[in-house]
Design a protein around this ligand. Structure first.
Ligand SMILES: C[S@@+](CC[C@H](N)C(=O)[O-])C[C@H]1O[C@@H](n2cnc3c(N)ncnc32)[C@H](O)[C@@H]1O
Length: 205
């Protein structure tokens, strides 16, 4: 079993419903891991952590021993604290929690940034503009939901619009699509009704 599959099983065992699993797509994560390979990061940050699904995965898959991991969320969920507690039993990672709006947070200099907070266009753009300059040259920025079109309006499809804008601007960006959900956000059988991808994009600085 791959490290990813082991971590997913362990997360689902340790943190069962009601919160509904890791808010990601399995096949997108597999492509991301293939893309990143064995590289490890020493200073990571995530904007939008919710129940800690990606904190659990990314810190253990991509974090170097002794790395720092900054979490920014408007609400630090009690489940997230439990996730951190469990990670620290397994790996030497120093977490920094910033509870509040991302528009005010200072993540410091990082080599890995995951943006997965408010998906409205103006908000994902604001997160990117505020925090991506903190990513060092050679570092990466992950953007989530960059293929997810949840209907008319700006609410979720804002990430699609912003991803296209980065592509049009000639940024070095790669996007992965997949439909195998790890959470029940599309219903109890975790299947994505219209085979719609969620989308993870990697921007290389
Ligand atoms: C989609 S969830 C994150 C999911 C998580 N990355 C995962 O995959 O498990 C979005 C999170 O962003 C947070 N959030 C939304 N708007 C925010 C803002 N303006 N500043 C900080 N956090 C925000 C929400 O509280 C929520 O926990």
């Amino acid at each position: 079993m791959s490290k990813l599959h082991e971590l997913i099983q362990e997360y689902d065992f340790l943190f069962p419903v009601p919160h509904g699993g890791i808010l990601q797509s399995l096949d997108e994560l597999e492509q991301l891991i293939h893309e990143i390979g064995d590289r490890k990061f020493v200073s990571m940050a995530e904007i939008g952590s919710c129940f800690g699904g990606t904190v659990w995965l990314y810190s253990q898959l991509f974090g170097a021993d002794g790395c720092h991991f900054t979490i920014v969320d408007i609400n630090i969920d009690p489940w997230l604290r439990k996730v951190i507690y469990e990670i620290q039993k397994r790996k030497n990672i120093c977490f920094h929690l910033i509870e509040g709006p991302s528009s005010r947070a200072d993540i410091g200099s990082v080599d890995f940034l995951h943006i997965d907070a408010d998906h409205r266009y103006h908000m994902v753009k604001a997160d990117y503009e505020r925090h991506s300059p903190q990513v060092i040259k050679g570092g990466i920025i992950l953007l989530h939901d960059t293929l997810l079109d949840e209907g008319p309006g700006d609410h979720k499809s804002g990430c699609i619009r912003f991803r296209k804008e980065l592509e049009d601007n000639g940024e070095n960006i790669t996007t992965f699509g997949g439909t195998i959900m790890l959470c029940d956000c599309f219903g109890p059988n975790k299947s994505n009704p219209d085979d719609r991808s969620i989308g993870i994009s990697v921007v290389y600085k």
